[in-house]
Design a protein around this ligand. Structure first.
Ligand code: BGC
Length: 753
């Protein structure tokens, strides 16, 4: 059970109000931080399930056994009023049952910070930028901080991380996710979940499953072969359950194999519960439920919706409010006609309360209310974590003649150009649109202009700014400056896909976004054409075209960098931070490199086939021998590295690889050694697949021996015939290097014999 808490910002009076009084004769110990609740006397009526020393499953059984039918039905659906964001800016809630000591369950978005209409929270870099960090420990810290802020805001379910795979660069929600590779995504979501859940806060693995586009998002029916699903689209979810012990999983809007995800026994029962052993609750995406008994019997535990009736605000985003399928009256009918069993209803409630016990939600209940809603929970330490994450998630794509970092002699004129660079533009270009978008209130985003201005002043440089919307302005300002920093924005948002790989910024007010008619490509081309010392900064959520690339001196890809974006970019420019990110997603040269038939994307007549199979992202480029603009795993950083001495040996049912990495440059820098496995032809796998990585900070000249453990799964293929993972016997290639296309070290090992 997570131990908390220093009650940082919640008023002591609010804490006092949470403490359930009345002694039991036996004192009950509570996991608590130094200044946290020390002892909570337990209502005797709840004694059977309120001993934190008892296993969560036992406590869940005892509680459900004590519940009336009415109380059980209350637990499996959301409180109607006040709806959605009106309940303290959150996404929804299930009111607690005080007479049974059941605390409120308050759910909020999500993956880049406590979002929705929350005030005073930190916005971190979005999921794709977190994936770019390739840094598990920093990712855990990001998750821990988000969970900490959630708790203080009176929230105990964080609706993230989102972990769908970037199947196409067009998906409007790719910015929330962890890129195109199942191994990297799995490795990055697990520490995030553990970080969130180190607080009395449940994380949520979403959107389960095969929810990889926003076109027809409420209905599209995905056909995929099981091997592709198991090897590409499910591993992050599987790891979230098996390694992250995630407390909840969100079933998605779409259909899979003809059935809606929230009433799909294959997804919910067979894979999630039976195969992976999930013991938390399945919550529906908001409005993703279409039936009562079929959903409940298939494995849905908790129904959610924004507002359960048609209305002009929520309906366009969440679909029509078709009513509440888990309303007591409907459940009673289903119980009466025996399409729903009472045993299943009990199980649904047990699934909901089990992670609540496990993660300490009963011992440390939240205190939703006005004080929490109005409080500011973002601290300097949290902002520092956000800034470190932003810098580690920024990928340096180009750095002609080591233009970056800038030397610190001062006395230069630096032109900052672009709508996205100014404080207004930065409000929307540092995060994507939709449910993950924070309120941004009170405003605390540091824009690139602000960040560069403050460091330039310290260094004796002068900053001039133009929005760059007119070609003449952009050209004039750029050509008169010593250095130009042009910041281009591209909006991605929940609810729609991108039409192509061009860039245009958007303005978002929480869920609602509007694209702006600002031609970013033309602006960047103008600036790079006018000033040879131009640094291009891409505030984008997904791959974009770069027709101006050869003219740019340097290119930084911070994705959506969150509140500290401007400070991070400025520190990177002046060499105080390193842009140590690596691409979690291939950047195509242009749309022409992508080869989706309409049946594959976006689907025809509401149906879609993933007939490309496992050839997603770099697996596709490698198998077709295509040269992308920048390959998966690529990122320059501020130094160079040499890889040597690869040794691979069998260890248990897997293998161990060791090699050395040496910093061959002149600056301290983070190396991200990556290990790819090539399977024997008989295994029928894509040419190579990431199976291990590390991130190590090395001083100039310093060497380090890296050891990467490869478990059996690194050499396994899903056999649909055998219904399990198998290792095709043969020789497996092992390649190590600095990106999926730069793999100098090669070895091999025989497995499966
Ligand atoms: C989104 C989810 C989100 C939920 C609650 C839905 O529209 O798909 O990701 O958690 O809303 O805001």
């Amino acid at each position: 059970m997570p131990t908390r808490r220093t009650m940082s910002t919640i008023a002591a009076s609010a804490l006092a109000a949470t403490i359930v009084s009345v002694g039991t004769g036996g004192s009950t110990s509570v996991a608590a931080g130094a200044a946290g609740p020390t002892a909570r006397a337990v209502d005797p009526a709840c004694a059977a399930w309120m001993d934190p020393k008892d296993p969560a499953a036992q406590r869940a059984r005892a509680l459900v056994d004590a519940m009336s039918a009415e109380q059980k039905m209350h637990m499996v659906t959301f409180g109607d009023l006040p709806p959605y964001l009106l309940y303290y800016g959150t996404a929804g809630h299930v009111t607690g049952i005080p007479e049974l000591c059941v605390p409120d369950l308050v759910l909020s978005d999500a993956g880049s910070g406590v979002a929705g209409l929350q005030l005073g929270t930190t916005t971190f870099p979005s999921g794709v930028a977190q994936a770019s960090m390739w840094n598990r420990s920093l990712q855990r810290e990001v998750g821990r901080t988000i969970g900490d802020e959630a708790f203080d805001k009176g929230i105990n379910v964080m609706l993230g991380p989102g972990m769908n795979i970037a199947r196409t660069p067009y998906n409007g929600r790719n910015f929330e996710y962890f890129g195109e590779d199942p191994y990297l995504a799995a490795q990055m979501v697990v520490p995030f979940i553990k970080g969130i859940q180190s607080n009395p806060v449940i994380a949520d693995a979403k959107h389960y499953a095969l929810n990889n586009q926003e076109v027809d998002r409420m209905t599209v029916d995905v056909t995929v072969d099981e091997r592709t699903a198991r090897e590409i689209y499910l591993p992050a979810f599987e790891a979230a359950v098996k390694d992250g012990d995630v407390g909840s999983v969100m079933c998605s809007y779409n259909r899979v194999g003809g059935k809606y995800a929230c009433e799909n026994p294959t997804l919910l029962d067979d894979w999630l519960r039976d195969d992976w052993g999930f013991d938390g609750f399945v919550v529906s995406d908001w409005g993703a439920v279409h039936s009562t008994a079929p959903s409940a019997m298939a494995g849905l535990d908790l129904e959610m919706h924004a507002v359960p009736f048609e209305n002009p605000v929520a309906t366009p985003v969440f679909g029509a409010g078709e009513g509440k399928y888990f309303a007591a009256a409907k459940l009673e009918t289903a119980l009466a006609d025996k399409t729903l069993t009472s045993a299943r209803l009990d199980e649904m409630v047990r699934n909901i309360v089990r992670p609540m016990f496990e993660l300490g939600l009963f011992e440390q209940p939240i205190t939703p209310g006005l004080p929490a809603f109005l409080s500011t929970v973002s601290t300097d330490a949290h902002k520092e974590t956000a800034r470190r994450a932003a810098s580690e998630g920024t990928v340096l794509l180009k750095n002609r003649d080591d233009m970056l970092p800038l030397d610190t002699e001062g006395g230069r004129t630096i032109a900052v150009i672009g709508y996205a660079a100014n404080p207004l533009g930065a409000l929307s270009s540092t995060g994507g649109g939709g449910s993950s978008h924070g309120s941004g209130l009170p405003p605390q985003v540091v824009s690139v202009l602000q960040g560069v201005q403050s460091l330039a002043q310290e260094h004796g440089d002068t900053v001039v700014y133009t929005e760059g919307s007119s070609v003449i302005d952009a050209m004039l300002v750029a050509s008169l400056a010593d250095i130009a920093i042009v910041v281009a924005g591209d909006g991605s948002s929940e609810g729609s896909d991108r039409a192509d790989l061009s860039m245009s910024p958007q303005v978002c007010v929480t869920l609602f976004c509007q694209k702006l008619p600002l031609d970013q490509e033309q602006m960047v081309s103008t600036v790079t054409g006018a000033n040879p010392n131009t640094v291009v900064v891409l505030d984008v959520g997904a791959p974009v075209r770069m027709p101006w690339l050869s003219d740019a001196a340097a290119v930084l890809l911070p994705w959506y960098g969150g509140n500290e974006h401007g400070n991070s970019v400025a520190r990177i420019l002046y060499g105080l931070d390193e842009p140590s990110g690596r691409l979690p997603q291939t950047l195509p040269v242009s749309e022409d490199q992508l080869d989706f038939s309409p049946e594959q994307y976006p689907g025809v007549g509401g149906e879609q086939t993933y007939s490309e199979g496992m050839l997603v992202g770099y697996r596709y480029y490698d198998s077709r021998r295509l040269k992308p603009l920048f390959p998966f795993g690529f990122g320059l950083g501020y130094s160079t590295f040499a890889f040597d001495d690869l040794q691979v040996r069998r260890a248990g049912s897997g293998a161990v690889a060791t090699f050395t990495v040496r910093n061959t440059g002149t600056r301290a820098s983070s190396a991200v050694p990556q290990l790819y496995v090539s399977s024997p032809a008989a295994a029928g796998e894509p040419p190579r697949q990431l199976k291990g990585f590390d991130k190590v900070l090395l001083k100039p000249g310093q060497s380090r021996t890296i050891t990467l453990r490869l478990d059996r799964r690194a050499f396994s293929q899903w056999s649909t015939r055998a219904d399990r993972w198998i290792v095709t016997p043969g020789r497996y290639g092992i390649q190590v290097g600095s990106s999926s296309r730069d793999l100098d070290l090669r070895s091999s090992i025989v497995m499966g014999r």
